[in-house]
Design a protein around this ligand. Structure first.
Ligand code: PGA
Length: 256
């Protein structure tokens, strides 16, 4: 099945970037991405103030861009929020929603994440819906239950047509920014479970991409991306170093 799905590698810059550094990085990514096979798609999710710069520098490139969150609201008196429509106005095509850092530090509930995914879709963005268990939950044997509820909450709020347009990212919380990636086998097991949940909603939804995220690096990317149910990666720390990010994109190409 993974043979039919394209590989997708998306950088999540988190709270990093400055105009001058971004320009160098975006230029390197755009150039390298132009040499990748067409079946490897690349994206970067930048802090919102840099959407305009990203749009300017990536215009005409094969690289997509987006935000790391969107508001659950359309507009109104919500100080500090950024609406999906605003992000889309900058030519963006992606919006990460439900990242574990937002669930943990901003108390985002599964229900709120589901609303955000819907907002992104309505604005024409592809929501990258993050799910993942903590170390405690993994050790308690509840990984499938946790990620299953996180995914089901989102799917329950979407029509089948909408659900077919999302991307899912499995990001075990204990692997994010720790240097301790899930093994390919550990990740594949959870991806296979998520795939089963998606397929249960029908063939269209069953075909959505499921990315792995959590300490993906040049030296573990290819093995992860070779797993049958891993369709690419959501890359944090390594997406800030052009060389590493490009090596990860090349690892995706090597699996085709
Ligand atoms: P990491 O982050 O690659 O730095 O572990 C991944 C993510 O949080 O999306």
């Amino acid at each position: 099945m993974s043979q039919q799905r394209k590989k997708l590698v998306v950088g999540n810059w988190k709270l990093h970037g400055r105009l001058a550094d971004n320009a160098v990085l975006l230029d390197a990514v755009a150039q390298a991405a132009s040499r990748l096979p067409e079946q490897v798609k690349v994206g970067v999710c930048v802090p919102c103030p840099y959407l305009a710069q990203t749009q300017t520098l990536l215009a005409g490139s094969v690289v997509g861009w987006g935000s790391q969150d969107v508001s659950a609201h359309l507009q109104g008196a919500y100080t500090g929020e950024v609406a999906a429509e605003m992000v889309a106005e900058f030519g963006a095509t992606f919006a990460i929603v439900g990242h574990s850092e937002r669930r943990a530090y901003h108390r985002e509930s599964a229900d709120l994440v589901a609303i955000k995914a819907g907002r992104a879709l309505t604005a024409g963005l592809t929501p990258i819906v993050c799910v993942g268990e903590t170390l405690e939950q993994r050790e308690a044997g509840t990984t499938e239950q946790v990620v299953g509820v996180q995914l089901d909450e989102v799917l329950a709020r979407l029509s089948l047509e909408e659900a077919a347009r999302i991307v899912v990212a499995y990001e075990p919380v204990w692997a994010i920014g720790t240097g301790k990636s899930a093994t390919a086998a550990e990740a594949q097991a959870v991806h296979a479970f998520l795939r089963k949940l998606l397929v249960a909603r029908g063939a269209e939804v069953g075909g959505v991409s499921v990315l792995y995220g959590g300490s993906v690096k040049p030296d573990n990317a290819e093995e992860l991306f070779r797993q049958p149910d891993i369709d690419g990666g959501l890359i944090g720390g390594a997406s800030l170093k052009a060389q590493d990010f490009l090596a990860i994109c090349n690892a995706a190409a090597a699996t085709l």
